[in-house]
Design a protein around this ligand. Structure first.
Ligand code: SF4
Length: 364
């Protein structure tokens, strides 16, 4: 592998081939990956600066019929400790975030067999009306897929109903590894890769914003990880760069049927660099404080430019994630690796596809 050629491709914003990405992951040193990923990052963003916001993930229900073996959060319908938050309880959680100075709320629950798209629309409309100063990621693509199925609606119609209720953003959550063999092993009742992308496309076509995500550290192979990135990169090209950001986090194994060990931070950082390098058509690569705490800030040296500081998320906490409200400690970790953290406006919306430096670069 000729690193000079790779460097040249990165400088010119040219896509790396899959064999190049695989070789880099397997053979480049940490220092080389850091240097290359930083170079790719700096095509889009000011050197030495990173953006962040404080957010809560409100898990409105833990009732779920998907039974993914890597999940410690779900309860089957009828379980004594299953719950569905009332609207006042949702408001309480949002008020707690505001008290902490947070500005963004993501909603994430299970595949609840009784919640229809209309129900989601009404909840999100009420929330937006009550908190116009906050921004919301209203649901994940995965929940949207399931809710459309139980509502017996096409993705196009479901997306329109959400838009009619004022929903502005969903996230690409629930993707884990978008590879059919992986999904058959671990989440056969969830949804197919094709379903996921059909839903993403319908949401974007309805004018909603969305994001891309990935979770690593289960038992996935390098080929399965690369299948995820390859299809995502192609999709991003197909939709003209409408997905403003990509977030990769790591599997937490505690209390799950799958079990196992958490991957080392070094593996996460190397993969983050590959994501930045291979996903040359994504402006924002986000590093996961939620699952890696202060260690995630080292990701700024491996191609990431943005991070959330979470205040709560039962899904990952049930599986072993630890959340602290000492925000300064996180910000100091960013400074310690040479990046000035800048709080960003959660209400900023992209005005179209983002581009390298000089283009529109806002995103949630
Ligand atoms: S990961 Fe999501 S879809 Fe899978 S069991 Fe857990 S809550 Fe349900």
């Amino acid at each position: 592998m000729d690193l000079a050629t790779v460097r040249q491709q990165i400088t010119e914003g040219e896509a790396l081939s899959r064999p190049q990405a695989e070789w880099l992951y397997q053979h480049a040193t940490d220092a080389q990956l850091s240097e290359l990923a930083t170079s790719a990052r700096d095509r889009w963003h000011a050197q030495g600066k990173a953006t962040y916001l404080v957010m809560a993930i409100v898990n409105y229900t833990n009732i779920c019929v998907a039974r993914c073996d890597y999940c410690a959060f779900y309860r089957l319908p009828g379980a004594s400790d299953g719950y569905l938050l009332t609207l006042p309880q949702v408001f309480e959680r949002i008020d707690a975030l505001r008290h902490l100075g947070g500005t963004m709320v993501g909603f994430n629950g299970g595949f609840h067999p009784k919640l229809r798209i209309d129900d989601y629309g009404r909840i999100f409309q009420a929330v937006r009306e009550r908190y116009p100063e906050l921004e919301f990621y209203e649901m994940t693509v995965s929940e949207f897929v399931y809710s459309c199925k139980v509502s017996q609606l096409s993705y196009t119609r479901g997306a329109q109903i959400l838009a009619d209720h004022g929903v502005r953003w969903v996230t690409g959550g629930g993707s884990e590894i978008l590879d059919e063999a992986f999904r058959q092993r671990h989440s056969p009742l969830k949804h197919s890769v094709d379903d996921y992308y059909d839903a993403q496309r319908a949401l974007l076509d309805a004018g909603l914003g969305s994001t891309a995500t990935m979770v690593i550290g289960f038992d996935e192979t390098l080929q399965e990880r690369m299948n995820h990135l390859e299809r995502l990169r192609a999709f991003q090209d197909e939709v003209g760069g409408q997905l403003p950001s990509f977030l990769c986090w790591t599997y937490k194994p505690h209390n799950t049927a799958l079990g196992g060990e958490e991957i080392p931070i070094e593996e996460y950082l190397r993969w983050l660099a590959i994501c930045r390098l291979y996903l040359h058509n994504f402006a924002h690569i986000r590093t996961s404080v939620l699952t890696r705490n202060e260690g995630a800030l080292r990701g700024l040296c491996f191609g990431a430019d943005d991070f959330d500081i979470p205040t709560e998320d039962e899904v990952t906490q049930e599986a072993g994630a630890t959340i602290h409200h000492d925000f300064e400690r996180i910000l100091e970790a960013a400074r310690a690796v040479g990046y000035e953290p800048i709080h960003r406006d959660p209400l900023a919306l992209p005005s179209g596809p983002v581009g390298p430096r000089g283009g529109a670069r806002c995103r949630p």
